[in-house]
Design a protein around this ligand. Structure first.
Ligand code: CA
Ligand code: CA
Length: 416
């Protein structure tokens, strides 16, 4: 269904406020935790902290799953099986190839993509020249891969991640002279708009269920029943995480008014750093660095909300990026560890759990388009083992273009 801009604008701002409130609660340490630094100190919950150490989460890294399980499936139902499809998530039965010369995007991103593919020729990742027109640089059709990802059923999002099976190339943007070292970044980096979405109502229900059960099990209370109700036929048309009208309205509002969860990436071919850009219409505004964040107002925000603005600058939270092993399937992944350099997204929260850590995982689908998850490890009591790893949601990232908010929204809401 096509929606008019007026219809979009008419949505209640309150709709956007709901997930923002939830996400703000989940992504903001209420206590500036003294846990972990880049010098190998014990961080209290997740083991000795060392740059590039895989976080020691509640759920251990599983044994690697064999690749190829999903090669003969057809994620986009266009009659071409995944392994042969030149647009994995965009229906294109004609398989019209990309027109030469459509490779766009930050130069280093494209370079890393070509290099990585040359080193991993049998990977499922595709470079620009290997794509079909339907998801290539032509007419910014790469945004349609993002649309396909968003609208894939929840269980298929998991399968897509497993199908990819390898990290793929890094994001580029390493104008940071300290890329790959535990220092703060400098320079603009590469920009990635992203649109967080709930993973599934069943997953969402695990958190309140876990709390209500006394931090023992992620099931068994009323929220699982509520999630079953939300996912039954008829109701899911409205409520489904990927395609339901209400979640889409919330996502649209979040993207339109907040451009929620934009990222700045600073990686060389092996890794580097990431900066979250909450409320980027403020943090990304020209001159904001000088006018707001470096001055008294910025310092006020810093004291008010150290989780969001830890540096008192437009940099809103830093994490490290490196290659690691996935907690989903044990295979290679791009790992984002929010413990460093300033322990962002690590700390205590107010409603019971005594500690928590966010890590993200990403795998590249095609040049500049990434399939990312957001996962929290929650610790209610380290000593009694009351811990839970919780898949909060999925986040498609786009680094090509980059698209404006309007382009992004139009692309993901225009029917194939
Ligand atoms: Ca297909
Ligand atoms: Ca296709």
């Amino acid at each position: 269904m096509q929606r008019s801009p007026r219809w979009r604008r008419a949505r209640l701002a309150a709709l956007a406020a709901i997930p923002l409130l939830i996400a703000s609660t989940l992504t903001t340490p209420s206590v500036s935790a003294d846990v972990g630094d880049q010098n190998g100190r014990w961080d209290g919950f997740w083991g000795p902290w060392e740059w590039k150490n895989q976080p020691d989460l509640t759920t251990p890294v599983p044994s690697p799953e064999p690749l190829g399980t999903y090669d003969r499936k057809d994620f986009d139902n266009d009659g071409v099986v995944n392994i042969d499809d030149n647009c994995l998530l965009v229906p294109n039965p004609d398989q019209q190839p990309a027109v030469a010369g459509q490779s766009i995007g930050p130069t280093d991103l494209v370079t890393y993509a070509e290099q990585w593919k040359a080193e991993n020729p049998n990977s499922r990742f595709r470079t620009d020249s290997q794509l079909g027109e339907a998801c290539s640089g032509y007419n910014k059709n790469y945004l349609r891969t993002t649309k396909g990802l968003i609208e894939s059923p929840d269980e298929v999002k998991d399968e897509i991640f497993k199908y990819l099976g390898q990290s793929g190339p890094m994001f580029g943007g390493a104008t940071d002279p300290h890329a790959g070292t535990p220092e703060y970044p400098e320079g603009p980096g590469n920009w990635a708009p992203s649109l967080p979405m709930c993973s599934s109502w069943k997953k969402i229900a695990e958190l309140p269920d876990w709390i209500l059960s006394g931090f023992t099990q992620p099931s068994g209370t009323i929220f699982q029943e509520l999630s079953k109700f939300l996912e039954q036929p008829g109701v899911s048309d409205i409520a489904d995480c990927g395609t339901g009208a209400v979640p889409q309205a919330v996502e649209d509002s979040a993207m339109e008014y907040w451009f929620w969860a934009g990222k700045r990436l600073y990686t060389d071919a092996d890794g580097g750093k990431i900066s979250n850009r909450f409320v980027p219409f403020i943090t990304e505004a020209p001159g904001s660095q000088e006018l707001i964040w470096s001055g008294e107002i910025g310092q006020f925000f810093n004291r008010l909300h150290p989780g969001l603005f830890p540096l008192g600058t437009g940099q809103a939270g830093m994490g490290y990026i490196y290659r690691g092993k996935s907690y989903v399937d044990g295979n290679d992944t791009i790992l984002m560890d929010w413990r460093g350099p300033n322990n962002y997204l690590v700390g205590s929260i107010w409603f019971g759990p005594s500690g928590w850590l966010i890590y993200d995982e990403c795998r590249a689908i095609q040049t500049g388009v990434y399939h990312c998850s957001a996962v929290l490890d929650l610790v209610a009591n380290e000593w009694t083992g009351q811990r839970m790893t919780w898949n909060e949601g999925w986040m498609p990232w786009v680094l090509k273009g980059p698209p404006t908010r309007e382009e992004y929204l139009q692309a993901i809401r225009t029917p194939f």
